[in-house]
Design a protein around this ligand. Sequence first.
Ligand code: ADP
Ligand code: MG
Length: 683
Amino acid sequence: MLLDTPINELPRTSARTIQRLQALEIHTYYDLLHYYPSRHDDRSLASPIGSIQAGEKVTISGTIQSLKNNFTKRGFKIQTAKLADDSGSINLVWYNQMYLMRTLQEGMKLAVYGEVEQFGKIKQMKPQEYEIVSDEGERIHTGRLVPIYALTYGISTKTIREKIFWILQNLKEEIDGSEYLPTTILKYAKIIEEPEAIRSIHFPKTSGHMTQAYNRLAFDELFIRLLASRKVKEQWDTQVVSKKFKVTSFESDINTFKKGLPFKLTDAQQRVIDEITKDLQSKKPMNRFLQGDVGSGKTVVAAIAAYIAKLNGMQTLIMAPTEILAQQHYQTLSALFDKTDVTVALHTRSHRTLVDSKGKNAHYDIIVGTQALITKSIAMDHVGLVVIDEQHRFGVKQRAMLKEKGSNPHLLTMTATPIPRTVALTLYSELDLSTIDEMPKGRKLIKTYVINKEKRNDCYVWIQKQIQKHKDQVYVVYPLIDESESETMKTVKAAAKEFEELTKIFKTESVALLHGKIKSKDKETIMGKFKDQTHDILVATSVVEVGVDVRNATIMLIEGAERFGLAQLHQLRGRVGRGDKQSYCFLFTSDGKKSHSRLSYFAKTHNGMKLSEFDLKIRGAGNMYGTEQHGYTDLKLADITNATEVQRAQASVDMFIKEYSITHGTHIKKLLDQYQTNQISRD
Ligand code: ADP
Ligand code: MG
């Protein structure tokens, strides 16, 4: 039996439990071992029954002397067992747990954990946990530090605990052989051995052991991630572009294009363009990661890179995560290149301008699209540059597949999610980093207010006035209601209800509704009507989150603001304030004081980097980069903001590579593969 045994082979486990485990992304024994507890309950205090004290939380064990079930007058069922050891006896009491009458028997050895109660002279206990024990067997649920697993999909923590315990016992040999690092590195990084760490993270002897286990497994996450990055980088370093770009000979075209822009580039934009230009002239393909706050002007930077590609006779592919955004890029780029001979096409599921009337692919210099670009049906013959906007929205596999549309094309990935530098270096160490750290001049700060229930109506009245007086336009954004990453019907329904209500409040204004379940064609129509100011108010689920650019929209109203991370709120707020009109952002909350400090920090802070650092501090790295928003689920324990830890893992990777090859040993190979598959399956 091996650790990669599928989880459905777990003995004595119901189909329902298996299903629920699978829903938790636990597919093998290995996955289950790496499903870590969220905390431990200290049940190690054990006493002879004769010496327990009232109020004490304690583990006791003994033999069941008698067992009975009583019915109360009100129809409750009470199960009572008398438990005795050499020092004395006590009554154990449960309510409505009839199955115990089948599970327990007189004469059985039982250990229980709970609080001791006293009524007059009589002591009793309502056990919080019980387990049937034998003299030789190790305890699982009582008398020790007991792991508590975040309860999900209805599997009890007790069940998970038992299954993990079973694997630890029955796959002992394989676990014993799971160390994959040389002793030199264990010593250098001051970490314990893998087998011990895996055991102690679940069933530690002391809290000290628990901490050591935690440190080791957190180290593993960083180590593998960094090693994987290094592997990608090494592969990347051997690649050569199909055609080296020239820039100097096209200097005048590029300058003419820049001069023709409707604005002057900021210093930061110019600096990043210089960095990109330098990369593009190399025979090694560029692999640059561009981050810039929302509204900092990343699109025009990508446009200039695409123009350089065009001047060199090469095509550019630009992939955006949503139809709306792809469409908008298409319009922006078409306008930017209006006076040039650059041709721009749009390719999404509903737009296939790429295919001409004869059904053949016409030649375009820039092809903008969604994931649909990845599909095989479109042949692109000489792709020299690939741009991926809002890159965190795509998985590794999608990015790789798009890149394969060319022969070692240059790659520019962009994101508006500000990532602290140390974090970026860990998460994307294989990439070169560029940052636009300056906003275009003349942008007004977006006035932001937290609005509680009582002020809601005043706020609507004020908004109505703004619309009537200044023709202002408004976004109303609705949060995802279910915890899942994608929009569910529940969210759509909630937004639709909100929409109904708003149409009643804003009787004279035109209100529209936009959500993910609307057909793309209709979405476009709605968006188009908002852009041309037919609609005054657009009620939307967070589909408007990324990149939408409607300059006349100046009011952003966010429902259930407490449900969003600050970085995400910042993205949403960035949808307004795109022109020179004063813009406003209203945060509607329903949880009163609870989220107030977080939201009022947001209201007075306009720097995306500061906000994401704050988020990181209070919500923890796991959350900020957590499953829903960012998908970096491989870091369950590691703290990417801890520079010392990251640096130690980095140095360990250096040591490791110096002595061995990157994929040294079957274990490392397996871990790297696993890492990559996990990344891909997350798409
Ligand atoms: P993001 O970085 O969020 O993708 P965009 O590229 O959509 O930002 O740019 C936001 C807005 O700012 C656009 O309307 C764009 O035309 C404008 N813009 C970009 N660069 C400048 C600049 N240097 N000066 C003034 N406006 C600019
Ligand atoms: Mg953008």
